[in-house]
Design a protein around this ligand. Structure first.
Ligand code: PLP
Length: 393
């Protein structure tokens, strides 16, 4: 038995733990009485094009080939459609040989990290960060180096990032639009990030890769999220359709290794090798063919935007300190006591379920996933009011 894996399996993520608690409360007092903001599960249906594509594929395609193995890296016509969409949308050269189809962003990340890192290498992550990064980086035999982002907007702290990069750094891992803060970098920041990494690569005489984790790329409400390969040549994109098409249970995404990246052919081969070594070959065929038909589509994200504005304004009016999120579907709320665990525990008394920020590598905040119905948000406001009144006493 691998003791490390047993320990990992026995310690589910905090988010899952709260989600399980919410199931118990919902069974006990009724789902409508629990304000469950714990999980980033899309609440908007997949666009019609997804169901239409699945229906058409099932009724018109020979079932043996539809449900059969594809190439390990993904079906050629699917990879071509993905590559062409990247060129059309962002103006970057992309070919099917730069694309590796995966089971969502989690697989994209584990494969990319395994492909890029030698044991002992360092991967810089920006806190707050998606908790599973710790697991994925450790799985690659690498060491996580944490650099805090700059509050109140949680944008990149360039000085701190520059100071964290050294000869052992293999990659910097970013996630904009961000889970849990909702931060999105702007074009100037993207440019500055590219310049910093180029400077560091030159100084260290080796490429510092940028891994851009982009499950929320399409969920950017104020301006499009910068596409990092346009700003830094050594970027590898880890994409997922989970949130953009509301299909997280179908497990589909891709890795894009642009030809501009240093040693791009070898990196792509390493991606294929890492996928092979971990069994992440041949992403689900039906979903590959489905997304081929939906590469320019998204769910109707206007409901998330409406939730964002409604919830942000209501919480500010009640006296909470909240960073206005620009993307994804999360709000990052400052704990009135400064203690994230205490805040989330106290909120449970009012049936409000949030995730303490300690899980994301910083203390003092709580994450709210606002991918819920408008009614859930509206109904929760009196509970948030009562909670704040406790702190004001
Ligand atoms: N990265 C971030 C920042 C996420 O928030 C998530 C899921 O919520 C993932 C990766 C994993 O996404 P997927 O469901 O596509 O594996």
């Amino acid at each position: 038995m691998n003791r490390k894996m047993t320990a990992l399996g026995k310690s589910p993520s905090k988010i899952r733990e709260i989600f399980e608690y919410s199931r118990g409360r919902k069974a006990a007092i009724g789902a409508e009485n629990v304000f469950d903001f714990s999980l980033g599960n899309p609440s908007i249906p997949a666009p019609e094009s997804v169901n239409a594509a699945i229906g058409k594929l099932i009724s018109t395609t020979d079932s043996v080939s539809l449900h059969g193995y594809t190439s390990a890296q993904g079906d050629l016509t699917v990879r071509t459609a993905v590559a062409d969409s990247l060129t059309a949308r962002f103006g970057v050269p992309a070919s099917p040989d730069d694309i590796y189809m995966t089971c969502g962003a989690a697989a994209s990340l584990t494969v990319t990290l395994k492909a890029i890192c030698e044991p002992g290498d360092e991967v810089v992550v920006l806190a707050p960060f998606f908790p599973e990064y710790s697991v994925f980086i450790e799985n690659a035999g690498a060491k996580k180096v944490v650099v805090n982002t700059a509050p109140p907007d949680f944008t990149v702290d360039f000085e701190a990032l520059g100071a964290a990069i050294n000869k052992n750094t293999a990659a910097v891992l970013i996630n904009f639009p961000n889970n849990p803060t909702g931060a999105v970098i702007n074009k100037d920041e993207a440019k500055r990030l590219g310049e910093l990494l180029r400077e560091k690569s030159d100084a260290l005489s080796k490429p510092i890769y940028l891994i851009s984790d982009e499950p929320y790329r399409e969920l950017s409400y104020e301006a499009p999220a910068p596409f990092m390969p346009c700003f830094y040549e050594n970027t590898i994109v880890d994409y997922s359709f989970s949130k953009s098409l509301s299909v997280p249970g179908e497990r589909i995404g891709y890795i894009f290794v642009p030809s501009s990246a240093a040693d791009s052919r070898d990196i792509y081969a390493a991606v294929c090798g890492a996928g092979r070594s971990m069994g992440y070959v041949c992403a689900p065929s039906l979903m590959q063919h489905t997304v081929k038909n939906c590469v320019f589509d998204t769910s109707d994200i206007s409901a998330y935007n409406a939730n964002r504005v409604l919830f942000y304004n209501a919480l500010c009016d009640l006296g909470y300190t909240v960073t206005k999120p620009k993307g994804a579907f999360y709000l990052f709320l400052k704990s009135p006591s400064g203690d994230s665990g205490e805040f989330c525990e106290r909120a449970k008394k009012y049936e409000i379920l949030m995730v303490p920020s300690d899980s994301f590598g910083i203390t003092g905040y709580a994450r709210i996933a606002y991918c819920v119905t408008k009614e859930t948000i509206e109904d929760s406001i009196p509970a948030f009011k009562a909670l704040m009144e406790e702190y004001k006493k």
